[in-house]
Design a protein. Sequence first.
Lengths: 361, 212
Amino acid sequence: MANQFEIRVRNTTVKIIVGGSQGDHQGNGSASSNAPGGSSGSLPPGDSGGGLPESASGCCCSAVVIGPIVVEGSSMQGENGQTQGGSSGNLPPGDSGGGGARPNTQHGGGHAKGGSSANLPPGDSGGGASTSNSGCCPTVVIGPIVFTGSCSGQAAPSDSGAAAGVREVTVDPPAHLGLTALSSVEKIPFTMQPQQQTEWCWSAVAVSVNDFLDPATPPTWTQPTLATALLTKDGTGPLNCSETDQAERACNQPEALDVALTITKNLWKKGFLENKRLAFECLQKWSDAQLPVCARIAWREGGFHFIALGGTNMTSSGQQQVWVLDPLPGTPPKLWDYESLAEHYGLSQLGFWLDTYLLTK
Amino acid sequence: MSIIPSFAPTAAVTAFSAQLPAFLSGPAGIVNPAFIGEAPYIPNQDEVGTGVLAAVQVFSLSLKDVVNSTGTISPTPAGWQLFAAVNSSPPQVVSGLAVQRHNGAWKLASVAYGPLVREQFDEFSELSTLPGLSATEAYETFLLEIPGANVRAFWLVPQKAGSTEFIRPLPHGNAQIVPALKAPTAYPVQSLLATLIPIATANLAMSARYGA
């Protein structure tokens, strides 16, 4: 689904479509109905709300289509008689947030820096400027410009387009946060509690993380006590979610995991990475540091769910695998192929890894 | 009442058998893992038989499908879940999700371990004794997931056109989080939809950053 913006520039309407798939123009594209919109396009590189020392250098970003940019009206020539490329020049490479999918795109590189197609390397855009109405009031169409996720020389998975708009990042865990100093004898299993109510995946995940990172007897938090605290804090309360009737009704609400983890003091400072997932190599470092990573799964066609990632494995053949702990009752621990987890999570294959939560003890 | 056995496509079985070692302990699989906390038990290749114990086709139903339903469902096929025995004491089972990618190739996307897999396999094996089903009917069995509503169930489709379709929630009893689906019985699909439509409607309007 493309987003269209109109910007008035000196009596001229500049229409910019961000997030349209190539198929929007060629008739064969696909895009997720749940892919986040194009709001992140205005963010500076590396500053999407997290402020972490993250890097996208190892990412395999999904393809993004910007354009076509349509410049109409009498002032097309601008002050210097040059075509003005709209606002896409503010978009960081590969971070337009729009998320148009373009499977099997050959190349792109995400090198575009400015809004003008003139800044793109040869062969790296969906089209340069073309003019019509060669008189005084021509219309100019620029693009569409296609950015594909070929960072590190890796092609995007051929069927990964639906999670478009999600950026793969690397954020290393600070050494002092890890639990590697613990001996194997002292290590306790990282297990996931099944969620106790239909809407309580956030509570199950936050409590399970807290049990592992800050073990106490009795546990500091239970799912009902955390629900009580969070719902009271956000003004829904006063409630007592330990009472069955309230738990099943007023307390049974979807909530934000970053808020729950903030209450349990397990969310790393600015550890909520919106529209970002960790690169596998980065995930390995968090596993090595004995710190779980939590993820928000978006279901195509509606709904969201939280899970925790409890380890990694790289097979001798190079397959990247992630140990997934899901609070959905009856769900056994599973080892997921990383690409499948990121793009096709769940038995239904309808989920994709949308947001990331980095933890601390 | 009888359950009609399911047979996965040959390509799905082949993918499961060929790719399963990568998800087991051993040279082709778990060789240098980084687990959080204590490492979980993962059987090795010698413990897991190469044969497929059982297979069940997986279907998905979206929240929009639920909300827009008119008493019947038309889920979308998503893949196959295959079970293999683990020669351990007590005997265990592993299950794998084989899916067909857009390029036509089959891929083993995930493998599940532990006692809960055995429980699910036992539930699957005992569906023919499930109360509430028609004694004269033969049913095809599928695994149904409704992501966003946190519901998984066996979906039993009768051979006879027009007969009632049933679902068997997973898990059942006190472990089932949808209060109306806790009873150890089969539920008509219409009952499932009546229960889930309010949940699906609410969760389709979920606020940004939220999850359930």
